[in-house]
Write a new protein. Structure first.
Length: 676
């Protein structure tokens, strides 16, 4: 049996994760003291995680004990009102708001928080929209007896509460979670339902049970409250010990295989070995470890190294895609749609032989392609050891199934073996072909069901493969932070407006998907102009060739996509190459002050101290027009489009009612903002 067969035999197929959906019951019980038997029956029969009661009555002050459930009660405005939420004790909740006939709780679902509310609106009362809008920035679900009738939710007649509620729902864009069957026994009306910002995949059904005038309504959520998950239980001590024992054998193998086959075997070994040497039970955190951590937190300002920021916008996980045909949630359709989108994005850019920069770039690129592979300088053990030591302990796996954490666990003796493999590639000036494939996961920038252009693709490239600046550049690198660039810009503006009626104009330019838009011929041209060593240029040329990626969504993988433009986000080299790609951006704006942070450009135009404010504004228009013409030329030369929707202007001044200059980029007007 070969080494490859052994590694494949050690690999384990993970069981499918089992999810338990959240289910709720909504019931207007019409005085709990006379319908306790109904409550006992529906809870024991349907076993909901959450039961919401409306019209509880006087019994709300002394609710009955239900095993494994906890009560949250709130009195109403009359003797027949009041609401209660009965929660299974396995759920983690906290009460946010309590008001007459209204309760709002926060429920933690698989590390995310959602809001669930219970409400009761007596007949003839107006809908308390001020309460319903409480904390609706998150995912919220408001269940209750609204006594609101409208044909929109299958009622035969409309009443004033129904009309008001319908108008509010249309204005806010909220949705109903309602049964198609009547929930009232006295009429064919649906008055017990839920309101949410997204009712997709919710199920609801009126249950023909109970002696109350209302039917209980059963709801099933599209998300889970718990999951039966599986994870690798690797014994890292055995993992390390095993690798130490086979070090001499691998030292022989590295000389007998070419670099491509060896590193494929090495990656397969690390991935399968972590499956093979698993522990018998989950590791438990010992009390001593907890005490040590608490002691460390109590020292100085260490707590701020542990806690996470809490003031941030709510950003739910990606659950589907919004397309012209509607929302798609099927995993295979999602990855196929994304593959089609990115396939168009990464196709070969169209260049123009009428532009001198394009001609120079194509010529430089063609000349490098004709060169043979050139011997690279040998890599020392110290360099490899330093690179592995600097690797972060991230556990996200690449397309080979190994993570940075795997590399941190290998014995010191393996550094020599890896160095030999790297030097075999350096001797031929080649690159690992398997490392050119990236595993891409997409993170939503906006909502659970974003469009394809509201996603941030993250490339997880091979972990085995994993200082040129200009003065105005910040970002990507240590000691060149965003704060440094902001302070410099603010200081320039402060000195400008210190003089009376002397304004300043700042244009914030955003380039569209810059990492994905790097045109390879222009990058090679820049490397040649910067006198980069020819062997390095040839090696970078090979590194950019024949790259592919596949979209991963859960356990679903898309077809491979060929990349003819851009660099993989996730590679250290990609950030360096991007800096080299835009190195000459400053030279286009030689007569203007500019600031760069990563791929964002700020152009500063300063007014004259001798001129009136209105004359300075006229001068700004002329200078801004020239700046936009220069920016347009740069965009054409580098085939790097400007994201005009995110390009804004800021007028800094001390005038009460200022006149704003008109700025356009390729006939599109740039909007002004009051802060940035």
């Amino acid at each position: 049996m070969s080494d490859f067969d052994i590694c494949k035999q050690w690999k384990k197929e993970r069981p499918t994760i089992e999810y338990q959906a959240l289910n709720l019951l909504l019931f207007n019980i019409q005085c709990l003291s006379t319908h306790i038997a109904d409550l006992d029956f529906i809870v024991s029969t349907y076993i909901p995680q959450i039961c919401i009661l409306a019209g509880v009555g006087s019994k709300i002050k002394n609710p009955p004990n239900i095993p494994l459930y906890n009560w949250i009660c709130q009195e109403g405005t009359n003797a027949f009102g009041g609401v209660a939420i009965i929660i299974h004790n396995s759920l983690k909740t906290k009460t946010i708001v309590q008001a007459p006939n209204f309760i709002l709780i926060e429920l933690t679902v698989l590390s995310e928080s959602i809001l669930i509310s219970a409400t009761y609106i007596p007949t003839g009362s107006s809908v308390p929209f001020n309460l319903l809008e409480t904390h609706v920035s998150k995912n919220f679900y408001i269940f209750g007896d609204y006594n609101a009738k409208h044909s929109q939710w299958w009622c035969n007649t409309n009443n004033s509460s129904g009309n008001d509620l319908k108008s509010w729902l249309d204005e806010k864009g909220y949705q109903l979670i309602a049964s198609i069957k009547p929930t009232s026994k006295r009429s064919d009306a649906v008055i017990d339902f839920g309101i949410t910002n997204d009712a997709t995949r919710w199920r609801s059904e009126a249950i023909i049970e109970g002696t109350s005038d209302h039917y209980p309504v059963y709801f099933e959520a599209p998300f889970s409250v718990s999951e039966k998950g599986y994870f690798k239980k690797t014994n890292w001590n055995i993992y390390h010990f095993f690798l130490q024992n086979i070090c001499e054998y691998l030292n022989v193998v590295v000389y007998n295989l070419d670099a491509e086959d060896f590193f494929y075997l090495f990656a397969l070994l690390l991935s399968s070995l972590s499956d093979r040497v698993y522990a018998d039970e989950r590791w438990l955190y010992q009390q001593k470890q907890t005490e040590n951590q608490l002691a460390w937190i109590a020292q100085g300002n260490n707590i701020w190294k542990l806690v996470h920021p809490i003031f941030h916008l709510y950003s739910p996980a990606l659950s589907g895609l919004t397309t012209n045909e509607g929302i798609i949630k099927d995993p295979q359709m999602i990855v196929d749609t994304l593959a089609g989108h990115y396939e168009k994005d990464f196709k070969t850019p169209t260049h123009d032989y009428g532009i001198l920069a394009h001609v120079e770039a194509i010529e430089a690129y063609t000349n490098i392609s004709y060169l043979p592979n050139i011997l690279l300088e040998q890599i020392s053990i110290e360099e490899v050891h330093s690179a592995v030591k600097r690797t972060q302990n991230k556990k996200s796996t690449d397309c080979d199934g190994i993570s940075s954490f795997h590399l941190k666990q290998i014995p010191e003796e393996f550094i020599k073996i890896i160095t030999i493999g790297f030097n075999k590639m350096a001797e031929t000036g080649t690159y690992l072909k398997r490392s050119k494939h990236a595993k891409v996961i997409c993170i939503s920038k906006k909502g659970m069901y974003p469009t394809v252009n509201k996603l941030r693709p993250i490339s997880l490239i091979s972990n085995i493969e994993k200082g040129i600046y200009i003065g105005e550049q910040s970002g990507f690198t240590p000691e060149r932070r965003l704060q440094t660039r902001i302070l410099t810009l603010v200081e320039d503006l402060r000195l400008t407006v210190a003089a009376c009626n002397r304004p300043a104009l700042v244009i914030f330019v955003d380039f569209m998907s810059t990492f994905d838009r790097i045109w390879h011929p222009m990058l090679i041209r820049n490397l040649i102009r910067l006198d980069c060593p020819l062997p390095i240029i040839r090696w970078i040329f090979l590194w950019l060739q024949e790259r592919t990626m596949s979209i991963h969504y859960g356990n679903t993988v898309s077809r491979p996509i060929k990349l003819y433009v851009g660099t993989p986000q996730g590679s250290v080299l990609a950030a360096t190459l991007f800096l080299l790609h835009i190195h000459y951006l400053q030279q286009y704006f030689t007569s203007m002050a500019t600031h760069l942070f990563a791929d964002d450009l700020a152009i500063t135009i300063v007014g004259s101290i001798e001129m009136k404010f209105s004359h300075n504004i006229n001068g700004f228009e002329a200078q801004a027009t020239r700046a936009m013409d220069i920016l347009s030329q740069y965009s054409y030369d580098y085939i790097l489009p400007v994201n005009i929707d995110k390009t804004n202007a800021l007028l800094v001044h001390s005038v009460v009612v200022p006149q704003y200059p008109v700025i356009t980029y390729r006939s599109t007007k740039i909007k002004f903002v009051k802060k940035f």
